[in-house]
Design a protein around this ligand. Sequence first.
Ligand code: MG
Ligand code: MG
Length: 250
Amino acid sequence: MIILKSPQEIEKMRVSGKAVGEILAELKKTVAPGIKTSELDSLSADLIEKKKAKSAFLNYHGFPSYVCVSVNEEVVHGIPGDRMIQDGDLVSIDFGLFIDGYCGDSAFSVVVGKSDPKKEKLMQVTEDSLFAGIEQMRVGNRLFDISHAVQKVIEENGFSVVRDFVGHGIGRQMHEDPQLPNYGSPNKGPRLEVGMVLAIEPMVNMGTHQVKVLEDGWTVVTEDGLPSAHFEHTVAITENGPEILTIRPE
Ligand code: MG
Ligand code: MG
């Protein structure tokens, strides 16, 4: 069942979404060659405490960290640790928290250090696909209009859409109905309504769309070892169209 949020609830989700955007902006400033992924986790823990927020990730089904850091062939759910970020790595950072009982969830990818045009294109297309999906979040459209718009941008650029993981409704829980695939046929699925809040999160691979989970039980990697990128925003449907709740301040 899709839970519609009242204007008062959306107001609370603006607060948690803003905090997520601010923390991701700090993480983006920090990520660089020579940094260990565990340092991004400690920083996330500090920032979340400053906001008096509760982590959405720590202990979620046993996840051990405050943030997911997924490098190159890692798609999502990378566990921070001793891995040192290298020049030219494509790093995806996913972060979520609760404030006053409401969740915000967002992610970005960045190529650190020396430029790598192929990885940068993958990153840009992934972000563009997210915004194409957000643009469809309007009353009168249907859920899979979002999915279709995301898929179109990705495949027109020669990349592939991960099937095994999807976006989701969000509110008092991080993961609510509906599931939101990043592929699908237009004019299908539930009609979009004011008060729906969705986390759209395309995961885009340079090569095959096939992925597998490593032995740690979390880290998702591409089957062919080629890079993957991930962008996500928590977005509310309002009478005036989509409102991105997790914008990162520059
Ligand atoms: Mg996320
Ligand atoms: Mg999510």
